[in-house]
Design a protein around this ligand. Sequence first.
Ligand code: HEC
Ligand code: HEC
Length: 370
Amino acid sequence: MKPLGLKRVGFATALLIGGLSACHPTSAADSVDLEAANPVLPIPDPPLGIGGEKNPPATLLDLEDPPTPETVRLGRWLFFDKRLSADNTVSCATCHRPENAFSEPTPVSQGIQGQKGGRKAPSFTNQAWATLPHFFWDGRAASLDEQAGGPMINPIEMGQKDHDGVVAKISEIKGYAKYFEESFGSPEVTIERITKAIADYERTRMSGNSAWDRYMAGDKSALSEDAQKGRTLFFGNGFCNNCHKGPNLTDSDFHNLGVGWDAETETFADEGRYAVTKDEKDKGAFKTPSIRDVSKRAPYMHDGSMKTLEEVVRFYSKGGTPNPYLDRKIDRRFAEQLDFTDAQVHQLVEFMKSLDGEGYQDTAPAAFPQ
Ligand code: HEC
Ligand code: HEC
C-alpha cells in the first residue's frame, strides 16, 4: 500500500474515532502508525517444503474458506491484544510466543492472575495441513476456529465469563469497527468473526525452508553429516516416522508413550484423549506434535516434563514408559529397546535441529485499535 493512501485513510479514521470517543483522543499521526504497524499484506505463499501441488492445499488460497489479507490483519491484532482477557493481562501470544515457534519456554501455561494449567501450549504452525481435524493435545476441538474460542472463556487462561462478554468488550473498542467492516462487510463484532480472524492469522503462520527442506529439494550440503545420519535413523531404524510423518512430521493422531504415568498409583496425571472418547485404549494418549522448529520449544511433551531433545531421544531409546496402554506403534517396534548409542542420540538431535524453519516469525504490532 502506498504511504499516501495510508495517511488519507488514517486521517479519516482519526476524525471518526475522535468524534465517537472523547476519552481516546487520537491524532492523525496515531492512526497512520496504527495501520503502518499492521498493514494489509498479500496472503503469503507456503515456504519450501509446505503445500505445493503434491501436498494440498497448494496454497492457503485453495482452502475452502480462505483467509483474506483483511481477516489476517484483524486476526493479528486480536491475537496480540491483551484486552481479549478479563483483566487485560493475557493475550494469545502470552502463551503462544512467536520466538518459541508459538509455543512457550515453560513446562505448563500460566494464565490470568498467574494461574497454572496442567499442559504446555503447543505450537500451531502449518495447521492448514493438519491431516486430521484434531486440535488440542486431546483433540477436543475439530477446527482451528472452534479452538480459538476456547481459551477466551477458560477460567485459568483468559478468564472471560462467556463469549458474549468477549464480544461486548471488543465492541466497546470503537477503533476495531472499521477492521471488522473491511474484513466481513459490516462493523458488527461476533464471536464467529473474532475466531475466524484469529484462525486466519494462525493459518498464515507457516514454517518451511528449513535445512531439511533444502536438502530434500536437492541441496545436499544443507545438512551436516551428523544430521544426515540422524535423518536416516529418524525415517529408518529409529521408527520415528511411525508417528512423525508427512511434510509437517505429525500424523495428527493420538498415541500413548507413557508420559505422565505414575507406576506407584498406576494412574496418569492427565488422561489425555480418554477424556474426550471415554475409550479405555485412549488413556494417556496425546496428539503427536509436529517437530518442525522443535529446538525453539523446550521443555518437551504435553506436560513439559523433558528438558532437552537429548532427554527425549533417550526416553524413546528405552521404549517409552511401560504402562498397560502403551501405543502399539512404539510397543511393537521399541519392545527390544532401541538402545541408541551416544553418537546416534547426537545424530537424531542434530537432525531435529535442522527442522528450524522460516515463514512464521512475527512480533506484536506496535499499535492497536483504540
Ligand atoms: C494461558 C495460556 C494460553 C493462552 C492465553 C492461550 N492458549 Fe492456546 N493453548 C494453551 C495450552 C496449554 C494449550 C493446550 C491445551 C490442551 O491441549 O488442552 C493450547 C492449545 C492451543 C491450540 C491447539 C494447537 C494444536 O496443535 O492442537 C491453538 C491453535 C491455540 N491454543 C490457540 C490459541 C489462541 C488463538 C489463543 C487466544 C484466543 C490462545 N491459544 C490463548 C495455552 C494458552
Ligand atoms: C508411537 C508414536 C510415536 C513415535 C514412534 C515417536 N513419537 Fe515422538 N511423539 C509422539 C507423541 C504422541 C508425542 C507427545 C507425547 C506427550 O506429550 O505425551 C511425541 C513427542 C515428541 C517430541 C516432543 C515435541 C514437543 O513439542 O514437545 C519429540 C522431540 C519427539 N516426539 C521426537 C521423536 C523421535 C526422535 C522419535 C524416534 C526416536 C519419535 N518421536 C517417535 C509420538 C511418537
